[in-house]
Design a protein. Structure first.
Length: 179
């Protein structure tokens, strides 16, 4: 068959004895690589260019497998929805509206809402809120950022509104989760 790619494109080839459940149960053979997995792949490439260490390679493989198992698999592969999700991830701290996200997808707001719900089972705003809350939780658990900074990094200008949303989402206040 015929395949072309950008000359700067990179491919990952991994021999796996078994696939993570999300890949095994998916009818999608191509998927978007999340930012954490992309960063990890860059680290692996750099590490392997310096030395060969079987013990370290096994640990890297274990982490790679874990990150691979966390990849989002859309029921139908649609670049427009993928572009919106990628844009949301890259711009979590920005004010994001249905209209601005519809522009990213080159769809009308109504078309975006319908297609997004069909592909992800969440509304655009539910998906965005979940994404923001998960990022906030990670920042609270893994950094020393104060709550107002975390709120801003995930798109909330008002720390009180952020705390209310976080508490509704996780059942704990941001100050309790980071303690």
């Amino acid at each position: 068959h015929y395949f072309t790619a950008d000359e700067h494109a990179k491919f990952v080839v991994v021999d796996l004895k078994c696939l993570p459940k999300n890949l095994e149960n998916s009818n999608v053979s191509v998927f978007t690589i999340s930012a954490p997995l992309m960063q990890f792949l860059s680290f692996i490439e750099e590490q392997l260019s310096y030395q060969r260490n079987p013990s370290l390679e096994q640990q890297m493989f274990s982490l790679f497998y874990q990150l691979l198992s966390e990849q989002r698999m859309f029921k139908q592969f649609d670049n427009r929805v993928r572009n919106v999700v990628d844009y949301m991830e890259a711009h979590l701290s920005d004010v994001l509206t249905i209209d601005s996200l519809a522009e990213v997808a080159c769809l009308s707001p109504t078309q975006l809402k319908t297609l997004f719900k069909k592909q992800t089972s969440d509304s655009v705003m539910q998906y965005l809120t979940n994404m923001r809350m998960e990022r906030a939780k990670a920042l609270l658990l893994n950094t020393d950022y104060p709550i107002p900074v975390v709120a801003e990094k995930v798109g909330y200008r008002d720390p009180s509104a952020f705390s209310r949303r976080f508490s509704l989402h996780f059942g704990l206040s941001p100050s309790n989760i980071s303690a």
